[in-house]
Design a protein around this ligand. Structure first.
Ligand code: HEM
Length: 130
């Protein structure tokens, strides 16, 4: 099966799992004080909804959609705006893969590798704007 199809199906199962986004942010925030300090003033309920769409944008880009949304994310996360250092994306990916493993009950080993490939493709675009 194509990586992007694996990821779409896995993401569907994750979104259907209660607490997926809560558990992702709990894990991401726990990963470093550098992450926590970025979200001190954030409305996390709204942030969870934004991330739901943000992950979908990464998947759609890997499926061939234009990179317009990712360019915008790259600008908002760049040095002169949110100032998200490139190494923080490694923590983001690690927290997401861990949360996927906990919530996707039908996850196959190949799915995790597919997720890595798909996420990295879009994250490279975002980081290129730093
Ligand atoms: C805001 C997605 C990685 C920190 C946002 C928003 C989206 C988003 C959609 C709201 C719209 C915007 O400001 O552009 C993503 C995606 C990521 C990612 C898809 C992974 C590829 C990160 C990382 C950090 C981070 C690694 C590091 C801490 C933030 C912060 C905000 C934000 C601080 C603003 C929160 C606020 O409004 O208070 N992100 N993000 N993001 N993101 Fe990310």
């Amino acid at each position: 099966m194509k990586d992007t199809n694996r990821v779409m199906q896995s993401y569907g199962r994750c979104c259907a799992s209660a607490d997926f986004f809560d558990d992702f942010y709990a894990s991401f925030l726990a990963s470093s004080p550098a992450v926590r300090e970025k979200f001190v003033k954030t409305d996390m309920t709204a942030q969870k909804q934004l991330l739901r769409a943000g992950i979908l944008n990464l998947v759609l880009f890997a499926r061939g959609m234009p990179d317009t949304k990712l360019q915008a994310l790259g600008k908002s996360h760049s040095r002169s705006h949110l100032d998200i250092r490139p190494e923080l994306y490694d923590l983001w990916i690690a927290a997401l893969l861990k949360t996927i493993s906990q919530h996707d009950r039908q996850l196959e080993k190949e799915d995790l590798q597919a997720w890595r490939t798909v996420l990295n493709k879009g994250i490279d675009v975002i980081k290129s704007h730093y």
